[in-house]
Ligand binder design. Structure first.
Ligand code: PSV
Ligand code: MN
Length: 404
């Protein structure tokens, strides 16, 4: 029986450089969402957690804790309506800086207010369309103050009944409004357009898939790109293929990581289908190595955990994403290409299986040591007693709720 060689030796034998893999792992950046630290629930109810963040500062502080333990989560995405009050953007930026993180993507909220019952940019009501436009323009201004590189747009727009509205008319409203917002953005800002084929609208959604996001992005300009939320596909969609296609078109702008068993379930990234996450990372890792591809992508988590303690869930998520990336970096690309070109189907697949099955902990430990963070972040966090301390501090305060 042949012995399993230590990982670094095994990789070197395949012509891979473990040191450069470790280096790439230290450069990985994953943005966590402010709304993932506050109480959240389903439409059936919210179970409050005593340690959940109850205001913007606490959400940012929790994101900073995740960064302290992982070393790869230096920014926090914000939702304008949930995180900002009048004119407090400078204070939010300053607070984030003081705890060691920065403000990342700005997410306008054009789905919650009563005026949006029939939609926002796509609404038949001109006043609702104007309100949504004003809010997005205001979000651009906030983004300027926070120095955010991304304006991240998701629309709940759609219809619930056949014939409810004219889909083509709504598409035109969307193009016009998106262009107006795009033109108001500074050169340093990129617009991310997120798609979703269902929920809360269930007959049609105005931006149902990546092709529609892409068409709207092209109607705006070069700094408008597609955002892929892993929970926003119909069952069975090959997301790795979508990612590879968008990368090749130079249209992939960002990710919302999560996992799902049924729909937009907001489960922990990699908890249901870690192999799919790995195949997605194979596309991303290859693109990073290709000088002809723009792989400047915003990697963000979009999860709201109803049961798990928020910070634990987020650290666990970051670890899952790191693991998938590390495995993708261990792919024996030379052999894979040879086998693909030779039509060696089983052999090519085996390259994927072999990389996926590797225990990549030695690489992750080395990267974490280099970054000066615990080698097992979740374990270290759980042993720290921080969740219990937060519960003492925050218990009884009414947490701001968010959607998932
Ligand atoms: C909508 O389901 C979504 O994925 C969008 O990204 C929102 O901004 C986020 O969730 C809010 O929970
Ligand atoms: Mn999302």
């Amino acid at each position: 029986m042949s012995a399993i060689p230590p990982l670094f030796e095994e990789l070197a034998a395949k012509g891979l450089d473990p040191e450069s893999i470790v280096e790439r792992l230290t450069k990985q950046e994953i943005e966590t969402p402010s709304w993932g630290y506050a109480n959240s629930g389903t439409r059936f109810g919210t179970f409050r957690q005593p340690w959940a963040a109850t205001n913007t500062q606490e959400k940012i502080a929790d994101a900073a804790t995740v960064h302290t333990y992982t070393g790869v989560a230096p920014s926090v995405a914000v939702h304008v309506k949930w995180d900002f009050e009048d004119d407090d953007a400078d204070a939010v930026v300053e607070y984030a800086r003081s705890v060691g993180v920065r403000i990342g993507a700005i997410n306008p909220n054009v789905f919650q207010d009563q005026e949006y019952k029939l939609g926002s940019f796509g609404s038949p009501d001109p006043a609702s369309r104007q309100k949504a436009l004003d809010h997005c323009l205001e979000s651009v201004e906030i983004g300027k103050k926070t120095g955010s590189r991304y304006l991240s747009l998701w629309f709940a727009d759609g219809t619930n009944y056949p014939g409810q509205d004219d889909m083509r008319k709504r598409k035109r409203y969307f193009t016009e409004a998106l262009q107006t917002v795009y033109n108001a953005m500074p050169e340093t800002m990129t617009m991310l357009i997120e798609y979703k084929p269902f929920e809360p609208a269930f007959y049609h959604t105005d931006i149902a898939d990546w092709g529609m996001s892409s068409a709207f992005a092209r109607a705006c300009g070069e700094r408008a790109k597609v955002l892929v939320d892993l929970g926003h596909h119909l069952q069975g969609a090959n997301v790795a293929h979508i990612v590879s296609f968008l990368l090749d078109e130079g249209e992939l702008g960002g990710f919302h990581f999560n996992d799902s068993k049924y729909a937009d379930d907001d489960l922990t990234t990699g908890s249901i289908n870690p192999f799919e996450l790995f195949t997605i990372y194979c596309e991303l890792a290859r693109a990073e190595e290709d000088p002809n591809i723009d792989a400047d992508i915003a990697y963000m988590v979009d999860q709201s955990h109803n049961l798990k303690p928020k910070i634990e869930a987020m650290i666990q998520t970051v670890e899952q994403i790191q693991r998938a990336y590390a495995k993708a970096l261990c792919m024996d690309l030379g052999t894979l290409r040879e086998r693909q070109d030779a039509g060696d189907v089983a052999g090519a697949e085996q390259c994927y299986v072999d990389a996926f099955n590797l225990d990549v902990r030695p690489l992750l430990y080395a990267a974490r040591e280099r970054m000066g963070v615990p080698t097992e972040p979740l374990q270290a966090y759980r042993a720290s007693g921080h969740t219990e301390k937060l519960a003492e501090e925050r218990r009884g305060r009414r947490g701001a709720s968010s959607l998932g």
